[in-house]
Design a binder for this molecule. Structure first.
Ligand code: SAM
Length: 259
């Protein structure tokens, strides 16, 4: 203990913050110390020093776990971004266009590219607004080749396909459904068919979110046992989300061909 500051070993989601007793948003005006169990909105956290008292609070989870309401903001934030490099790497390995399933297609950055290259596409997403965005895009062409489906991965079905593209989507599948989802992916690809997309690693900041699915590198490689791996790139860095929140990313970028 130094002055009025207390030093305690805390898990990663605890932060020492300064909170102003007289701040209008402070719900604990009489407290000099907020119990570690108290959830305090991020809006209360600020770091001016004058007239502040040091307290320990448990922040809300580092990232809100309610992703559903964030997707429309995400679609807006990534507007106009190019197709994912994993999709491009998979496409350059096909001699002719075929039929692709874009799982968790979002606002359509990859679906647009597939259609532009003459592929037939079944675009699936659990959020209806993804399709409002996609169907309003000026660069969307060859729409006769497009079928859209609002469905959760857990319940979605699709026919045999040459390519499953799952860009930054599979980690959002709840863990209890992931094995079945992965099995559907593998079973719907014939020999020579490809999977491309991302899995998130165990050191990713979101790995602690119980409704998300993360894998160690060993687990990710095991999932790909029935595939010949054409790309397995590990990315690990401190960065930001599309909505500009700081985040430690641990990502496996994958392109793989079914044996
Ligand atoms: C990070 S965005 C990726 C969108 C797009 N593939 C891209 O690369 O930008 C994740 C998408 O997955 C969808 N998604 C998340 N969980 C889902 C689930 N359980 N079932 C179906 N779609 C889901 C979201 O609605 C969102 O559009």
């Amino acid at each position: 203990m130094r002055g009025s500051q207390v030093q305690i070993l805390l898990p990663a989601w605890f932060k020492t913050i300064l909170i102003d007793r007289s701040h209008p948003l402070n719900p604990f005006p009489s407290c000099g110390f907020v119990s570690p169990q108290t959830l305090v909105p991020r809006s209360l956290c600020y770091t001016q020093v004058a007239k502040h008292i040091p307290v320990l609070v448990m922040l809300e989870q580092p990232q809100s776990q309610d992703f559903e309401h964030k997707w429309p903001k995400y679609y807006q934030a990534v507007l106009g971004r190019p197709p994912r490099p994993t999709l491009l790497a998979a496409l350059e390995r096909f001699e002719t266009p075929g039929f692709a399933v874009d799982l968790g297609c979002g606002e359509g950055r990859d679906t647009v590219e597939l259609l532009r290259r003459g592929w037939r596409v079944l675009a699936i997403d659990g959020n209806r607004e993804a399709f409002d965005r996609m169907l309003g895009r000026e660069d969307l062409q060859n729409t006769d080749n497009l079928t859209t489906k609002v469905a959760k991965f857990q319940a979605a079905t699709w026919p045999q396909t040459d390519l499953i593209n799952a860009s930054f989507t599979l980690p959002f599948c709840p863990p209890e459904y992931f094995p079945e989802l992965w099995d559907k992916i593998v079973q719907s690809l014939p020999p020579g068919g490809r999977f491309c997309g991302q899995l998130f690693g165990d050191r990713d900041d979101w790995a602690s979110i119980p409704t998300h699915t993360h894998h160690t590198q060993e687990q990710a490689e095991k999932l790909l046992e029935q595939f010949e791996i054409e790309m397995f790139r590990v990315e690990e860095e401190d960065g930001k989300t599309a909505l500009q929140s700081p985040k430690h990313w641990h990502i496996f970028h994958i392109v793989a061909r079914k044996r």
